[in-house]
Write a protein that binds this ligand. Structure first.
Ligand code: ZN
Length: 292
């Protein structure tokens, strides 16, 4: 297992971690400058942040700063209610793929979606099996497009508390079944994003990481699970402040062949988003060395 204690060579910052500091949006160009100034080598930006800063301008800034991407957030949300919403979903995913290519991302991260309309509080139906079927169909379709562009897809299983609205793929086993069905040769075209926050509780965590192996482990996201957790989405903890054994988890992921970045991804409305962004980045560096 790599020694992270003396440097932050393998730290990446998911830019949602510092997107909304002290009640104001921290613009992506400033986030990128602040990361580079701290010797952080990689980031994973969100599409809305890139859109606000401009796609081409972001690509140029990344290159000028020598920043890599550890992923691009995100595609997916594959479920639909009619041909028109299916068409809009496909168009949007193609744009996400093309943006990922322009930015030189190593993979496009997929949050697959679940009951249509549920995110807005108006689920169109109660058929999660239908949602899962549409997700499988959507990933199969997108994989063809992704292969043409040589852009790997990283399916991110989400914690079951999001099964109604954000993702009906909730375990690594489920995600890997989808990968195996679509890419039995393990070509590297599709794999998973292992996010500690979503999978730490899974009794099959270690065995599914071993099953995934190097070809399927495309991204590794870290934060911590706070006890108690006060919000389902925006109360993620800083590494070391919760109950996830991150070092053990990283040991398993690396034993399976993963050698990429540890991407810090924290949504924290009442704590870390209430601090100056530079202070949050400094804390990420320190905790990455001590706790990941
Ligand atoms: Zn994640």
């Amino acid at each position: 297992m790599r020694d992270f204690s003396t440097n932050h060579h393998w730290l990446s910052i998911n830019t949602a971690t510092v997107r909304r500091q002290l009640g104001r949006e921290w613009p992506l160009p400033q986030i990128l400058d602040a990361c580079a100034a701290r010797g952080i080598r990689a980031v994973s930006p969100w599409r809305d942040q890139v859109a606000a800063a401009g796609l081409e301008a972001t690509a140029r800034q990344l290159q000028a700063l020598g920043l890599q991407l550890s992923g691009y957030c995100r595609g997916g949300l594959f479920t639909y209610t009619d041909a028109s919403s299916q068409g809009a979903m496909r168009d949007d995913n193609l744009r996400a793929l093309d943006e990922a290519c322009t930015l030189g991302a190593p993979c496009l991260v997929l949050v697959v979606g679940s009951l249509p309309g549920a995110l807005a509080g108006r689920p169109a139906h109660r058929d999660i099996a239908l949602a899962r079927a549409q997700v499988a169909e959507g990933i199969a379709w997108l994989l063809d497009e992704a292969r043409k562009r040589r852009m790997p897809l990283a399916v991110e299983p989400l914690h079951p508390m999001y099964a109604a609205d954000r993702a009906c793929v909730n375990t690594m086993s489920q995600a890997l079944d989808l990968c195996d069905a679509l890419d039995p040769s393990r070509s590297g075209a599709i794999g998973i994003a292992v996010d500690a926050y979503h999978v730490w509780w899974d009794p099959q965590l270690r065995s599914q990481i071993e099953r995934a192996g190097r070809e399927r482990l495309l991204a590794f996201h870290v934060c911590d699970w706070l006890v108690p957790t006060t919000d389902l989405l925006e109360d993620r903890g800083m590494m070391g402040d919760g109950i996830i054994d991150l070092k053990r988890l990283r040991g398993w992921v690396e034993a399976a062949g993963y050698a990429g970045f540890s991407e810090v991804e924290i949504f924290s409305r009442d704590n870390w988003w209430q601090r100056a962004g530079g202070d949050v980045l400094d804390t990420c560096v320190e905790r990455h060395r001590r706790c990941v």
